[in-house]
Design a binder for this molecule. Structure first.
Ligand SMILES: [Zn+2]
Length: 247
């Protein structure tokens, strides 16, 4: 039973048995992992509050050859996000990010870009208590890292430049289309949203000024990206419904 040590972000945590917790976390070295923290619900548990949702932690765990669940041995808090959940909108945004990460990433496949994306987006929400830009950035890049995003600059069918002309997209097809190539069921996507998307795919989150992008464009991009994610995972995101009332 080798012991692993890695940085991780707690995605979900559920009560298990009488005193344990089942924890799903995104680790830097091994990707998404599920494990059991024995005794974590006891009042004086050594895990303390380290296993709260979205906690950024250093975690030690044992892999068990025959079982899917690892045994979590120790956990130290690096950064807490508990206070962010006290703000309804910010808490809902973090919940969406945790649920999306849990849903799209395969078991135990290391992906440092996904780890950094989740951490930086959550930290941006915590720092500014503003959700539109970090959430749109997170959702768009999740779609990009998943390989489900087409170009925002050229029509996916005829390659025509989309800058300044009406553009259309749907959740079922990757890519954006010009008016001539528009398929049935495709909805218009605004020039502001396309521009914002191009900017976000080219820059780091902390380099982008939220004030330079209309809120409507950010929300449109979030909706578009979350639609693509729901299409890929073939189900609705539970936390997304709360998002509609939070913004
Ligand atoms: Zn076209």
């Amino acid at each position: 039973m080798p012991l692993h040590e890695t940085e991780a972000i707690v995605l979900q945590s559920y009560p298990l048995g009488e005193a344990d917790r089942l924890v799903s976390f995104l680790s830097r070295s091994m990707g998404r992992v599920r494990g059991v923290a024995a005794g974590a619900r006891r009042p004086k548990s050594r895990f303390g509050s380290t296993l709260e949702r979205m906690s950024y932690v250093r975690i030690w765990f044992f892999e068990r050859e025959t079982r899917e669940l690892v045994r979590i041995n120790q956990c130290e808090l690096i950064e807490s996000f508990v206070d962010v959940f006290k703000d309804y909108a910010a808490g809902v945004a973090l919940a969406v990010m945790a649920e999306v990460t849990e849903a799209v990433l395969p078991d135990r496949e290391a992906g440092d870009p996904s780890f950094r994306l989740l951490l930086l987006s959550a930290q941006a929400i915590k720092r500014h208590m503003e959700i539109d830009l970090p959430l749109a950035y997170f959702a768009l890049w999740t779609v990009r890292l998943g390989g489900w995003l087409g170009s925002f600059e050229r029509c996916a069918r005829c390659n025509k430049q989309l800058a300044g002309i009406p553009a259309y997209a749907s959740r079922a097809v990757s890519g954006v289309f010009c008016g001539n190539c528009r398929g049935t069921g495709m909805k218009a996507i605004s020039p502001d949203a396309l521009n914002a998307g191009v900017k976000m795919l080219a820059d780091r989150l902390d380099k982008i000024e939220a004030s330079n992008i209309p809120k409507t464009a950010l929300r449109e991009l979030s909706r578009y990206s979350l639609d693509l994610i729901e299409h890929q995972i073939e189900r609705k995101l539970v936390s997304r419904e709360m998002l509609e009332t939070a913004v």
